[in-house]
Design a binder for this molecule. Structure first.
Ligand code: E4P
Length: 221
């Protein structure tokens, strides 16, 4: 399974890319708002992210409400850099926009996917990436992992005539990362904080402390 970083923070992207584990970046309007960026800076900001990870897919979301608006946004966003993927929250308008953008060779990441039918429709319309959410099910005390398993089974069992990758999204814990991998996700998009947590384990910390302790006992030559 590949790792995308789920953030619009340039510092986080720079650092995680330096670890050599990042295969792409996903952003959304909430993540961009968190950076404190202004609307007028949005496209420049996406360009800066693309420069930090050349050749790796960077999802930039359209907030248009009509299919025409999404297509227009999609074309503009895709012109920022070759590695921009247009992110669209699923709706009938977004399906129509995806159909058009895919025919123009523009990759779409269809987001806010919570059911198998939504995932199948997104892929059928031409989405290159389908993003089922896990954590937001937890928020309403439902099982996001079960949905993820079902989406993976349904999507991987069908030939859509183009490549479709499943991005496990709304991943908030190392446990979600495990579940996404076991469910068969191609990618998990993980916030920086959760990615850092995934590197750690209390037994790793304890083992390291012991190694350091014992190393001090080794006689110096
Ligand atoms: C990614 O594409 C989504 O926008 C993101 O994973 C949502 O995560 P959240 O539910 O933690 O906001």
């Amino acid at each position: 399974m590949k790792f995308f970083l789920d953030t619009a923070d340039l510092g986080e992207i720079r650092e995680a890319v330096s670890w050599g584990v990042i295969d792409g970046v996903t952003t959304n309007p909430s993540l961009f708002a968190k950076t404190g960026g202004k609307l007028a800076d949005f496209e420049r900001h996406i360009g800066a992210i693309c420069e930090l990870c050349p050749g790796l897919p960077v999802s930039a979301e359209s907030c248009a409400e009509t299919a025409e608006g999404m297509v227009e946004d999609g074309r503009r966003l895709a012109a920022i850099a070759d590695n921009v993927v247009v992110k669209l929250p699923i709706s009938t308008e977004a399906l129509a926009a995806t159909h058009t953008l895919a025919q123009e060779g523009i990759a779409v990441n269809m987001t806010l996917i919570f059911t198998v039918p939504q995932a199948l429709l997104a892929a059928r319309a031409g989405a290159r990436y389908v993003s089922p959410f896990v954590g937001r099910f937890d928020d309403i005390a439902e099982d996001g992992v079960e949905q993820l398993v079902q989406v993976c089974e349904a999507i991987h069992g069908f030939d859509f005539g183009h490549e479709v990758e499943i991005i496990g999204a709304s991943i908030r814990t190392p446990h979600h990362v495990t579940e996404a991998a076991l469910a068969g996700c191609d990618i998990a998009t993980v916030p920086f904080k959760a990615l850092k947590k995934a590197v750690r384990h209390p037994l790793t910390d304890r083992g390291l402390a012991l190694f350091m302790e014992d190393w001090k006992k080794v006689e110096q030559a």
